[in-house]
Ligand binder design. Structure first.
Ligand SMILES: Cc1cc2nc3c(=O)[nH]c(=O)nc-3n(C[C@H](O)[C@H](O)[C@H](O)COP(=O)(O)OP(=O)(O)OC[C@H]3O[C@@H](n4cnc5c(N)ncnc54)[C@H](O)[C@@H]3O)c2cc1C
Length: 279
C-alpha cells in the first residue's frame, strides 16, 4: 500500500507532459515524477523510500510507445517494455542484455526509458546503447533535442528534472556487428548482476561497457585504447585494464572486490577470445 496522497495526470503528448511538470513543480514544494512502467515508483513508494505529490503518466505519448524497424534506423520509444524489445529482437545485443533484467512478469512492465532514467544503479539496458553510439530524442522545455548517448551519459543520463526521454535511435550499421555479452549473477539467474560486460567490434576495434563492477555503469575510452592496443600481450592488456578502471571495483553483499575482479578478468579473457583482439 502507498500511504500518502498524490495526484495522477495522464499526458497525451510530450508538450502537455512537460508543461504540466513545470506548472506542478512551481505550485508544489514536493516531488513531481513522470510515470512510465511504474515498477520502481510503486516499489519505492510502498517502502516509503520516495514521496511525491503528483505523477504524470507518459505512456500515452505517441513517440514513447513506438518501436520501428526502418530502413536505416531502429526507433525505440521510451515506454516500450523490455519484453517487447526482446520479442522483436531488432538489436540482438540489446535483447540479450535485457533478458537478464528482473523476471519475465516484471519485464512486461519495466520500460527501457525507466531502466535508463531510474534511480537503481544497474541500468543494464544502457550498455548496448553506449557501445552502439545511439542517439537519444529528448523533450526539453525549449523543444526537442537529439543527442548522442555518449554525450549525455555520465554515471546516469544527465537530464534536467523536467526533461522526458522520448526515444532511442539506433543506427542499423551496429545491429549485426559481432558482440559479447557476459552477465554474472550470484545464485539464481533472476538477480541483480555482480558484473555485466558488453562489447562490440566495429571497424576492427572493440568498444566495451560495464555495469555493476563499479558504483555506476560506464564506457571508458582509455580502457578501449588498451583493449585495442595490439602491441600489448593478452596478459598485459588485462593487467592494464584492471589497473586503469575509472573508479575502483565496488564491494557489496553479492561479491567482494577480489571476487568481482576475478570474474572481470575471466570475462575480459573470454571477450578477447570471442572478438579476436590480441594474443
Ligand atoms: C523487481 C525488479 C527487478 C529489477 N532488476 C533489475 C536488473 O536486474 N537490472 C537492471 O538494470 N535493473 C533492474 N531493475 C530496475 C528497473 O530497470 C528500474 O527500476 C526502472 O526504472 C523501472 O522502469 P519503469 O518503467 O518501471 O520505471 P518507473 O517506475 O515508471 O520510473 C522510474 C523513474 O524513472 C523516471 N522515468 C521513467 N521513464 C522516464 C522517461 N522516459 N523520461 C524521464 N524520466 C523517466 C521516472 O520519473 C522515475 O523517477 C529492477 C526493478 C525491479 C522492480
Amino acid at each position: 500500500m502507498i500511504n500518502f496522497d498524490f495526484d495522477y495526470y495522464q499526458a497525451e503528448n510530450a508538450k502537455e507532459a512537460i508543461y504540466k511538470y513545470l506548472e506542478l513543480s512551481e505550485k508544489n514544494e514536493e516531488n513531481v515524477l513522470y510515470y512510465n512502467g511504474g515498477t520502481e515508483i510503486i516499489t519505492y513508494a510502498r517502502k516509503n523510500k520516495i514521496e511525491f505529490s503528483a505523477l504524470i503518466d507518459i505512456q500515452n505519448i505517441l513517440e514513447c510507445s513506438v518501436l520501428k524497424n526502418n530502413q536505416k534506423q531502429i526507433i525505440i520509444g521510451a515506454s516500450v517494455s523490455l519484453n517487447m524489445i526482446i520479442e522483436k529482437n531488432y538489436f540482438p545485443l540489446l535483447s540479450d542484455s535485457c533478458k537478464g533484467i528482473a523476471d519475465h512478469t516484471t519485464r512486461n512492465q519495466i520500460t527501457i526509458g525507466g531502466n535508463l532514467t531510474g534511480k537503481l544503479p544497474y541500468k543494464e539496458a544502457v550498455l548496448p546503447l553506449l557501445v552502439g553510439d545511439v542517439e537519444l530524442k529528448i523533450m526539453t522545455q525549449n523543444g526537442i533535442k537529439i543527442k548522442k548517448i555518449n554525450q549525455l551519459f555520465d554515471k546516469r543520463l544527465q537530464l534536467e528534472p523536467e526533461d522526458i526521454l522520448l526515444q532511442i535511435i539506433v543506427d542499423k550499421n551496429v545491429i549485426d556487428l559481432p558482440y559479447v555479452q557476459i552477465r554474472e549473477v550470484k545464485q539464481s539467474e533472476i538477480d541483480y548482476p555482480i558484473m555485466h560486460l558488453v562489447a562490440l567490434k566495429q571497424n576492427d576495434k572493440i568498444k566495451a561497457s560495464l555495469s555493476s563492477l563499479c558504483a555506476f555503469p560506464f564506457r571508458d575510452k582509455n580502457l578501449e585504447t588498451i583493449i585495442n592496443d595490439n602491441k600489448l600481450t593478452r596478459r598485459e592488456k588485462i593487467e592494464q585494464i584492471v589497473n586503469n578502471l575509472p573508479v575502483p571495483i565496488s564491494s557489496n553483499y553479492r561479491g567482494g572486490k577480489d571476487y568481482k575482479e576475478m570474474l572481470f578478468r575471466n570475462s575480459l579473457n573470454s571477450c578477447l577470445d570471442q572478438l579476436g583482439s590480441g594474443i
